[in-house]
Design a protein. Structure first.
Length: 959
C-alpha cells in the first residue's frame, strides 16, 4: 500500500532517495551465508559412526535442519485430497447444475457447460455427474440450477492490505501495513496486524474475492512477510484460522512434518520509502553466515563437539532472508521504473534468487527483456488497469501495459492494493485490461489462475478442477461484462451470500463484450516511452458529417434527452456539424444549407453523439503528479486552523481554483479523450474552507484559449468532517456565523460570497424583509463536503434555520455523501442535492461507514435510493486518473439500476446534474459540447470516443 490513507494523500510525506543500497547490503550479507552453506548439502556419514547417547537432545533436529536446506515447497498437490484442511464441519454439499464454467485450463480458453459438485471443502466433480453418485448424499445435498450462468474460480488478489489497512480506518486498528522502524524488516509479518473486523471482508467477498495475499506496505526496502488468507469468516474468528497453507514458520521454527510451504516476502525499491538511514546489516549478516556455515559444516562432517557447544545457530531476524536465497520464498518486489527494475534484476542474478512478481511496475511494459533476464524465471507483473501518474514512477503508466506485457509472454496479474483500490472491484481491473486489449482468456486468468500460480497456490485455488478448493463465483453476466456481479460466492464450499440481490440484465450481457481496436495506441505507448502525445487536433474542415449514428442525446435545459435513438429497425441518422454547431440530425443531412460540400465524413459505425461529461471531486487541472509538489497547485490555507497570511487577506480570504489551473495535463487529456470535456475543481484543502471552484475545458492547451474557462466561479465549498482537530460543532458554528452575519464576519471576499449564497444584503433585511421572503433566492451555490449522516442532518437543519431567518431559499449541495442515502427523504424535502463521491461507495473512514453497498448485498444502491426519492444526484471521483473512467462509472450505475434509469438519465448524473449541483450556468439555447463515439454509445465498452464537437470553440476535435 502506498496510498489510500490520508497520510499518503499528503505528498510532502514522500522523499526521493535511492534505496537500492539497502537491497544490496541485505543480499551481500546473505549470499556469503548461502554460498558457504551449500557445501553442507552433500551426504554425510555422521549418523552411522556416532552413538546416539553421545549427542545432546537437539542433535536430531540439527541434523534435519542441515539436511532440509536444499528442499523447496512442492508445486503440485501432494496427493489427492478427500477433505480440505479448511473444511468447516456441517457445511452441506452443493450441486451446481448447468453452469457455464471458465475452468482456467488450456491457458484460460476452456469454457464448458457442466455441473459442479462441492463437498468437504473441495470441488468433487466437474462435468456430467451421475444421479446415482448424487443419490448417496440424499437430503443433505443442496441443488442449484444455474441455468447456464457463468462460473469462475474465486477471485484471487495477489496484492492486498485487507485487514492490515482496515476499513473504516481507525488509528487503533488500521494502517498496520507499514512499519517505520527501519529499511529492512524481514521478520515483520502481515499476519500479526490482521484486523478481523475489517468491513472490507464482506464487501470484497460480494465482489467475488475469495483469496488475498496480504502484503506489508512499501515503506521499507524489505517490508516483511506476506500471508495468504481466505476472506470468509471462520468459527474460530482468528487471523490464523483464515490462513491458506501457512508456512511452518507461522508458529514453529522448524517443520515437524517435513513439508515446506511457500513463504511470501514484500520488497520495495525506488522512491516509496521514507527510511533512508543505512543500517549496518551487512556486518550482522556476514558474521551470522560465517558462524552458521562453520557450525553446519562440522556437524555434517561428524564433529560432535560442535554439537555440544549448542544448537544450530540461527538469528530469527534474518532466517526468512536465508529462505529467499534457498528459493523457498515468493518474493514480491514493489518496483516501478526501468532503472529500478534493472537494478533488481541484476541483483537476482548476482545473488541467485527468483522473483515471483514485480508489483505496480508501471514501466515494466517498456522493458520486457529486462524482466526476462531475471534469475530463474520471468517475474509476473501485478498492476492496476488505469490507476497511474500518482507519483513520478507511475507517470509513464499505460492502460496498454497488460496487453503489451502479455504479448511479450510475461504473466499478467491485475491487483487491488486494497484499499488503494477497492478489491470488491478487482474483476473490474481485469475488465478494463480486456477493454484495452488483454485477450479475454488472460484477462480472467489475471485475477484467478495466474495470481494463484504466482503465489504458489495454483495446486489448490485459481481453477475449477476436481480436487481443487471449493472457491467458486456464480456471476450474473459474462465475467468481462462491465458490472458483472456475483449471485453467489463459495469459499471452502460455504455459500457466502445469504440473500443475494440480483439485477436482471439484457441477454447480451451473457456474451463476451466487443471491444475497440487500440492497436495503434498500444504501439504508440511504446514508441513514445509511455508518454504518447494526447493533444487533440481540430478537424481540418469546419464542416464535419457524422454518418451511421445510432443515437443522439443532447442537453435540453436541465435534462439530457434522446433526440434520436435507433428503434428495432436498423435505422441510423447522420449528424451535420458546422463550426462546432449541430446543423442537422436526420436521414438526409448531407450538405449545408448554402449547398457547400462536406469535406470530412466520419462513419461512427453505429455510434452515438452525446453530451460531454463533467468530472468533479478530484484535483484534476490543479495537479499533474499527486506526490510531486512541483507539479501541483498546492494546498489552500485554512482560517479555522489560523494559518491564513494577512497578505492574502487573512481569515476573509477566499481562494479561487481558477487562479491555479494548469492545462494540458495527462489525466485531463485522457479524460477528454474519454468524453469528459469539462473539469470542475476546488482548491486543494485539508481544512474547513474549500474556496471557489471553477470549471474548465479538459482539452485545451492554456487558459487564454477560447473556451478554456467554462466558468470562473462555480460554487463556494466548505468541508465539515470529523478530523480529530477542529470540532464538527466549531465548523458548523463557523458556517452559521458566515451565513447569518456575513458582513459582520468579514468585509472581504468571504463576506461578499457568503452574501451571494444567502442573496440578502443585510440592509435589505431592515427595509422590507417580508417582501424579500417571497422572491429571494441565493445566487451562489454552497457545497458542503461531508459524508456523515449526522452532519448532513445538521446541514439540512441549518439550511432551514437560515432560510427562515432571511426568507431566502438557498442552493446547497452535499459533496461526498457516502451516508446521504439515510436521509434521502429529508434531503429531497430540503431541496439539497448530492454529488456522491465515489460513485461506488466504500467505508474509508468513520464518516463513511454506513454505506449502502448495492447488489448483491443490498437491493438498493445509495445512488438509486437518492434518485428515487427525487434528490438531484451527481457523481464524482476522488483522484484525477479516474476521470477517464467516468463513462464506465455511469454505465455501471445504469446497469445496476436494472432498467430503472435510462442511459440519458445516467449521463445526466455526470453532466446536467453536476451543472445544477455545482453552480453551473444553465443555458437553454446552447447544447454545450458533444462527444461522438464509434462502435457503440458513450456507455458501451465497445465504443471509443472519436471526436468532440465544441460550439464554444467553434470546432470539432478529432481524437
Ligand atoms: C495463451 O493465450 C495467449 C492469448 O490468447 C496467447 O498469446 C499465448 O500464446 C497462449 N499461451 C499458450 C502457452 O498457449
Ligand atoms: C501450526 O499451525 C499449523 C497450521 O495451522 C498446524 O497444523 C500445526 O498443528 C501448528 N503447530 C503448532 C505447534 O501449533
Ligand atoms: C418523485 O417525483 C415524482 C414525479 O414528480 C413523483 O411521482 C414521485 O412520487 C416522487 N417520489 C417521491 C419518493 O417523492
Amino acid at each position: 500500500m502506498e496510498k489510500g490513507d490520508p497520510a499518503h494523500r499528503n505528498p510532502f510525506r514522500l522523499r526521493a532517495h535511492s534505496t537500492l543500497r539497502h537491497f544490496a547490503i541485505a543480499f551481500v550479507g546473505l549470499v556469503c551465508f548461502f554460498t558457504s552453506t551449500v557445501y553442507v548439502y552433500g551426504p554425510t556419514v555422521w549418523e552411522s559412526h556416532l552413538q546416539i547417547h553421545q549427542l545432546p537432545p537437539h542433535a536430531a533436529d540439527t541434523l534435519a535442519r542441515c539436511r532440509s536446506l536444499s528442499q523447496t515447497p512442492p508445486t503440485t498437490a501432494s496427493s489427492k485430497r478427500t477433505v480440505s484442511d479448511r473444511f468447516a464441519p456441517g457445511t452441506r454439499p452443493h450441486f451446481l447444475k448447468n453452469a457455464r464454467v471458465w475452468t482456467g485450463n488450456k491457458n484460460g480458453t476452456e469454457v464448458i457447460i457442466a455441473d459442479i459438485l462441492l463437498e468437504s471443502g473441495l470441488i468433487k466433480g466437474v462435468g456430467r455427474i451421475s444421479p446415482s453418485f448424487l443419490a448417496a448424499y440424499a437430503d443433505e445435498l443442496v441443488v442449484m440450477d444455474l441455468k447456464g450462468a457463468w462460473v469462475t474460480p474465486g477471485i484471487v488478489d495477489l496484492h492486498s492490505h485487507i485487514g492490515d489497512s482496515s476499513s473504516p480506518e481507525l488509528k487503533g486498528a488500521s494502517s498496520d501495513d507499514n512499519s517505520r522502524k527501519g529499511p529492512i524488516l524481514p521478520w515483520l509479518r502481515a499476519l500479526d496486524g490482521l484486523n478481523t473486523h475489517d468491513d472490507s471482508f464482506e464487501l470484497s467477498i460480494s465482489g467475488g474475492v475469495t483469496t488475498a495475499l496480504v502484503l506489508p506496505g512499501s515503506a521499507n526496502a524489505i517490508g516483511g512477510q506476506g500471508f495468504t488468507i481466505k476472506l470468509r469468516p471462520t468459527d474460530e474468528k482468528s487471523p490464523t484460522s483464515m490462513l491458506l497453507e501457512p508456512p511452518y514458520n507461522v508458529n514453529v521454527s522448524f517443520p515437524d512434518d517435513g513439508i515446506l510451504r511457500w513463504r511470501q516476502m514484500k520488497h520495495a525499491c525506488g522512491k516509496d520509502k521514507e527510511l533512508s538511514d543505512h543500517c549496518p546489516v551487512d556486518d550482522v549478516f556476514r558474521i551470522e553466515a560465517k558462524i552458521q556455515d562453520e557450525y553446519c559444516q562440522q556437524v555434517l562432517a561428524g564433529n560432535t563437539q560442535v554439537l555440544s557447544k549448542g544448537p544450530f545457530p540461527q538469528d530469527l531476524q534474518w532466517e526468512s532472508l536465508v529462505d529467499v536465497l534457498r528459493g523457498r520464498v515468493k518474493v514480491h518486489v514493489h518496483c516501478y521504473e526501468a532503472v529500478d527494475l534493472d537494478d533488481v534484476v541484476r541483483l537476482t542474478n548476482e545473488f541467485q534468487f527468483p522473483i515471483a512478481a514485480f508489483h505496480h511496475a508501471h514501466e515494466a511494459y517498456l522493458v520486457p527483456t529486462v524482466l526476462e533476464k531475471a534469475f530463474g524465471r520471468t517475474p509476473a507483473v501485478a498492476m492496476f488497469a488505469t490507476n497511474a501518474r500518482y507519483k513520478r514512477e507511475a507517470y509513464r503508466g499505460s492502460e496498454f501495459a497488460p496487453r503489451l506485457l502479455a504479448q511479450s509472454g510475461i504473466p499478467v496479474v491485475m491487483k487491488s492494493d486494497h484499499p488503494v483500490t477497492d478489491s470488491r472491484y478487482l474483476l473490474y481491473e481485469a475488465q478494463q485490461a480486456f477493454v484495452y486489449g488483454l485477450p479475454d482468456n488472460l484477462a480472467i486468468a489475471s485475477v484467478t489462475s495466474t495470481p494463484a500460480e504466482i503465489m504458489g497456490m495454483g495446486h489448490r485455488i485459481g481453477y475449477i478442477k476436481e480436487g481443487w478448493d471449493a472457491d467458486i463465483v456464480v456471476w450474473d453476466s459474462h465475467p468481462l461484462a462491465l458490472g458483472a456481479t456475483p449471485t453467489q460466492v463459495f469459499i471452502d464450499g460455504i455459500p457466502q451470500l445469504t440473500s443475494p440481490h440480483v439485477v436482471s440484465k439484457p441477454r447480451s450481457f451473457q456474451s463476451k463484450p466487443r471491444v475497440p481496436d487500440y492497436a495503434e495506441e498500444a504501439r504508440n505507448a511504446i514508441k513514445y516511452e509511455g508518454l504518447p502525445p494526447l493533444e487533440p487536433r481540430a478537424s481540418r474542415s469546419e464542416t464535419v458529417l457524422f454518418t451511421n449514428v445510432r443515437s443522439v442525446l443532447s442537453k435540453v435545459g436541465t435534462n439530457v434527452q434522446a433526440l434520436f435513438t435507433e428503434t428495432s429497425s436498423r435505422k441510423t441518422v447522420s449528424v451535420l456539424v458546422d463550426r462546432g454547431e449541430v446543423k442537422c440530425v436526420g436521414m438526409d443531412c448531407t450538405r449545408l444549407k448554402d449547398g457547400s460540400d462536406v469535406q470530412v465524413v466520419i462513419d461512427l459505425e453505429g455510434g452515438s453523439i452525446s453530451p460531454g461529461l463533467v468530472t468533479y471531486g478530484s484535483p484534476i487541472g490543479l495537479e499533474e503528479i499527486e506526490a510531486e509538489r512541483s507539479t501541483n497547485d498546492g494546498v489552500a490555507p485554512d482560517p479555522l486552523s489560523g494559518d491564513v497570511p494577512s497578505i492574502v487577506g487573512g481569515d476573509g480570504a477566499l481562494i479561487r481554483a481558477v487562479d491555479g489551473l494548469q492545462f494540458g495535463g495527462r489525466s485531463a487529456l485522457l479524460a477528454y479523450r474519454a468524453g469528459v470535456t469539462t473539469g470542475i475543481s476546488t482548491p486543494k484543502h485539508y481544512g474547513f474552507f474549500g474556496g471557489l471552484s471553477a470549471s474548465f475545458s479538459t482539452g485545451v492547451s492554456h487558459r487564454l484559449k477560447p473556451g478554456a474557462i467554462v466558468q470562473e466561479v462555480n460554487a463556494l465549498h466548505v468541508s465539515i468532517k470529523h478530523t480529530g482537530g477542529v470540532s464538527v460543532s466549531t465548523q458548523v458554528a463557523s458556517l452559521r456565523r458566515l451565513l447569518v452575519h456575513p458582513a459582520e464576519a468579514y468585509e472581504s471576499d468571504t463576506g461578499r460570497y457568503f452574501r451571494e449564497i444567502r442573496a440578502v444584503w443585510c440592509y435589505t433585511c431592515f427595509i422590507d424583509p417580508i417582501l424579500m421572503k417571497s422572491t429571494l433566492q441565493g445566487r451562489l451555490t454552497l457545497v458542503v463536503e461531508t459524508d456523515n449522516a449526522d452532519i448532513i442532518a445538521t446541514i439540512i437543519h441549518l439550511k432551514k434555520e437560515v432560510e427562515q431567518m432571511f426568507g431566502a431559499s438557498m442552493k446547497w449541495t452535499i459533496s461526498g455523501g457516502a451516508e446521504a442515502h439515510l436521509l434521502a427523504k429529508e434531503l429531497a424535502q430540503a431541496k439539497v442535492g448530492v454529488v456522491q463521491i465515489p460513485s461506488r461507495p466504500f467505508p474509508y473512514g468513520w464518516d463513511q461507514r454506513r454505506i449502502l453497498p448495492g447488489p448483491p448485498l443490498s437491493k438498493q444502491s445509495s445512488l438509486m435510493t437518492l434518485i428515487e426519492n427525487n434528490v438531484t444526484v451527481g457523481i464524482g471521483i476522488m483522484e484525477a486518473w479516474s476521470a477517464r473512467n467516468t463513462r464506465f462509472d455511469l454505465a455501471w450505475i445504469a446497469i445496476e439500476a436494472g432498467g430503472r434509469l435510462s442511459k440519458a438519465d445516467a449521463i445526466a448524473l455526470a453532466s446536467t446534474n453536476l451543472d445544477i449541483l455545482l453552480g453551473g450556468t444553465i443555458e437553454d439555447n446552447t447544447a454545450g459540447e458533444l462527444v461522438a463515439t464509434s462502435g457503440g454509445d458513450l456507455l458501451d465498452v465497445s465504443s471509443r470516443v472519436v471526436a468532440v464537437i465544441s460550439p464554444q470553440r467553434g470546432l470539432v476535435d478529432m481524437l
